[in-house]
Design a protein around this ligand. Structure first.
Ligand code: GLC
Length: 734
């Protein structure tokens, strides 16, 4: 349809039908096997809300979707839009986002998003609530696994890559879907790491850390955005005029669709942010929230508000037009069955090329933190494979449960048999996943079966005793992180620590493969094991890729996108920390005298710094150079470094560049900010010259008056293998 036809369609709708376009009903209103992803307000769903709804979410069955659409169109001139949480993959599930960020390779994320759109668009999905680009620095937060780590730059680069991958160049194509970036904004900045809470942050921090990834995704063409559940300094994001109107609509010129999070508009009234659902509906609509996801606020109140003159119908028309434009660009106004064609019902998604790509993505996202000659393993050795993660499949986050068509993949045990034959290696569970008091109901059922924890440990110890080496597959079960799953204790669950200690008693040649949704407290394990591979949640092909890495048929090349703390007491700890205010002695964190910025019971340094990761080869950095030692605002300078592969295998290395403004009146300016990175493949024995360009934009920050400026003076440029390294060059901005 063209603009004129869209206006005619809009004007043909009754007020109730228009308001219906601004309501998203839960999938369970149409279909019992839809996946519920929040509290569902069922009582009123039998009224005409369902008939007039403009969209719904998380229903996956083409035949049922065709019937739902057919029934809908009997009563409503505008087709239903089917949205879904397709997170990190549809059938083929890729590594979790926090793992993907460790690849420092957004091109891989773009390709993964493209494959995801290709698959999801054959199963009714036209909009995905992805990418999530919440900068997160608090390991207690359950949703830290969904974003791309602690820096604005990685969340920005991976967010843009996902938007391009999902949407491609043509939203009307059969293989693309619309991206909904979330959660806007600072959801990961809640002051105590708990979900649905307050983020107390300065305007400077909001603008320099949490907003840039969203601005970049909007500029990249994301068609939807979802405000977050949290408040920013007391103002709910779903009714935050500064955020949604002044910044998003007026400053960034966003004319896409704003869809609330699940029930969030209603929740504003429930928590006392508005006197009733009519007021919260008015507040959010006036802030530019177009679609009310699941709560009954818009549907049951806007008509009355218009009739008694409290809401201008023009506001509703603007919101409805944005929804109609989205549906039009997706092609469903011309063909309501575009994403649910009968020919898609038995679509063959299999693709060896996609599967090989997924395995490579796992290897590029896995972080080798320690290796004292233990890896790669030799298949001739007598090796015990032990741990709860060695005997289960579905090594993916809980978000994958939303898509019933996901390929759960195989277990480590099955991958070993696939690679070496059935009788070569066996796996034993060795321990329960978690102690009863933190198990979810689902996990409880799974864990209650025999054998007991004692029996499991006994089996593990006897196997470890008779083996030359042990590989332990440990970590945080997927039910222990995610939405509404923050933890005050980020250590390895007790039963698994018990397993580690028992095995360590009888065998010191331990490699640990760690599965986690967040940075865990692993100091003791890290000190006692000889090798440590952090794989996060690797997805459908995780097991095969991990076994290939363990035996050297693939090389891990991930680097941490999150700082790993010594202990929970250091959290939040991150590389882009502000300068300590006084008596900092050495601002990098070293202590020269008692009066220093420090804890008396733990070092200032993390266990592993942001950007850290080893390889099966060694890289040597040399000859760091800068093209000029002064720079004016309209000039650019270049920093270069030589990186030599000194080891015996060809491998990737991620070279990182951080900048420090050495003297600044605004001490919130971070000590080191990641400004650029390059992942280069270097053959053994060869040297690569890696160059970075520095421009004025990289030197800017928000000053005390919230002006975005750069100031004259000295800057240090750190170039190296991670954020803790100290090789730098200097220049002066004049
Ligand atoms: C959830 C999540 C959001 C998700 C939405 C729809 O509460 O916060 O990330 O996209 O509801 O399932």
């Amino acid at each position: 349809m063209n603009k004129k036809q869209l206006s005619e369609l809009l004007n043909s709708l009754t007020l109730k039908q228009k308001i219906g376009q601004l309501f998203q009903s839960p999938g369970v209103a149409y279909n019992d096997d839809a996946t519920a992803t929040g509290v569902t307000y069922l009582p009123w769903l039998n009224s005409d809300t369902v008939e007039n709804a403009g969209s719904t979410l998380n229903i996956f069955d083409n035949k049922k979707l065709r019937q739902i659409q057919k029934n809908h169109l009997k009563k409503n001139p505008v087709p239903l839009l089917f949205m879904a949480d397709i997170i990190n993959g549809y059938r083929l599930v890729f590594p979790s986002s926090i793992a993907q960020g460790c690849s420092f390779n957004p091109d891989l994320a773009q390709k993964a998003a493209k494959i995801t759109a290709y698959e999801a668009s054959k199963c009714g999905v036209s909009v995905t609530f992805s990418p999530m680009i919440d900068v997160a620095r608090d390991a207690r937060w359950g949703r830290i696994s969904e974003g791309y780590g602690e820096t604005a730059l990685l969340n920005k680069d991976f967010g843009v890559a996902n938007v391009k991958g999902y949407q491609g160049d043509d939203l009307s194509s059969d293989d693309t879907i619309a991206a909904c970036v979330k959660h806007f904004a600072a959801y990961g900045a809640t002051y105590d790491g708990r979900d649905y809470n307050e983020a107390q942050i300065s305007q400077n921090t909001l603008k320099s850390v949490y907003l840039p990834p969203f601005e970049a995704c909007i500029k990249a063409g994301a068609r939807l955005i979802m405000p977050s559940f949290n408040t920013i300094n007391g103002i709910p994001c779903t009714a935050n005029k500064k955020l949604l109107k002044d910044t998003l609509r007026d400053k960034w010129k966003f004319d896409g669709v704003v869809i609330s999070d699940y029930g969030a508009i209603k929740e504003t009234a429930d928590i006392g942010g508005a006197k009733d659902y009519a007021e919260t509906a008015k507040m959010s609509l006036e802030c530019g929230v177009d679609i009310d996801m699941v709560s009954e606020s818009y549907y049951f109140n806007l008509e009355k508000l218009v009739e008694n003159g409290e809401v201008d119908e023009k506001l509703i028309d603007q919101a409805v037009m944005r929804v109609l434009m989205l549906k039009n660009d997706l092609g469903i106004l011309d063909d309501p069955y575009k994403y649910i064609k009968e020919e898609f019902d038995n679509f063959d998604f299999s693709s060896e090329q996609h599967e090989d790509f997924a395995k490579d993505f796992v290897c590029q996202s896995s972080v080798l933190l320690k290796n004292e000659g233990e890896l790669p393993l030799n298949k001739k050795d007598d090796i015990a494979f032990i741990g709860p993660f060695s005997v289960i499949n579905e090594l993916m986050t809980n978000w994958s449960r939303v898509t019933p068509h996901r390929d759960k993949g195989i277990s480590i045990e099955q991958a070993l048999a696939q690679k070496f034959g059935k009788n070569k290696f066996s796996c034993i569970k060795g321990s329960k996943f978690a102690q009863p008091e933190i198990r979810s109901v689902k996990l409880e059922k799974f864990e209650n079966a025999s054998p007991s924890q004692e029996e499991l440990i006994k089996q593990a110890v006897s196997k470890a005793k008779e083996s030359k080496k042990v590989v332990l597959f440990l970590g945080e079960h997927k039910d222990l992180f995610g939405e509404a799953t923050s933890r005050s204790d980020i250590s390895l669950p007790k039963p698994q620590k018990e397993l580690f200690d028992a095995v360590y008693e009888v065998n010191k040649n331990i490699t640990v493969v760690l599965f986690a949704g967040r940075p865990l407290e692993i100091k003791d394990i890290s000190q006692k094991s000889k090798a440590l591979l952090y794989v996060w949640f690797p997805g459908t092909y995780g097991a095969e890729a991990i076994v290939d890495m363990l035996f050297g048929d693939a090389v891990p090349s991930g680097k941490l996108d999150m700082t790993l703390p010594q202990c929970i007491g250091q959290v939040p700890i991150f590389c882009e920390k502000p300068v300590p205010s006084h008596y900092s002695a050495s601002i990098e964190g070293g202590i020269k005298h008692a009066y220093s910025c420090r804890w008396i019971d733990v070092t200032n340094y993390p266990l592993y710094p942001f950007g850290y990761g080893l390889s099966y080869t060694e890289f040597e950095y040399s000859d760091i150079k800068i093209s000029a030692d002064t720079m004016t605002r309209d000039e650019k300078i270049t920093v270069s470094v030589d990186v030599t592969n000194k080891g015996g295998v060809d491998a990737y290395e991620t070279v990182q560049m951080y900048i420090r403004d050495v003297v600044t009146p605004y001490l919130s300016t971070p000590l080191k900010t990641l400004k650029a990175y390059k992942k280069v493949f270097i053959k053994q024995g060869e040297t690569a010259k890696v160059c970075f360009e520095i421009n004025e934009e990289m030197l800017k920050y928000y000053n005390i008056d919230n002006e975005y400026i750069s100031e004259n003076g000295e800057f240090k440029v750190f170039v190296g293998a991670n954020s803790a390294e100290d090789n730098f060059v200097k220049f002066t901005l004049k």
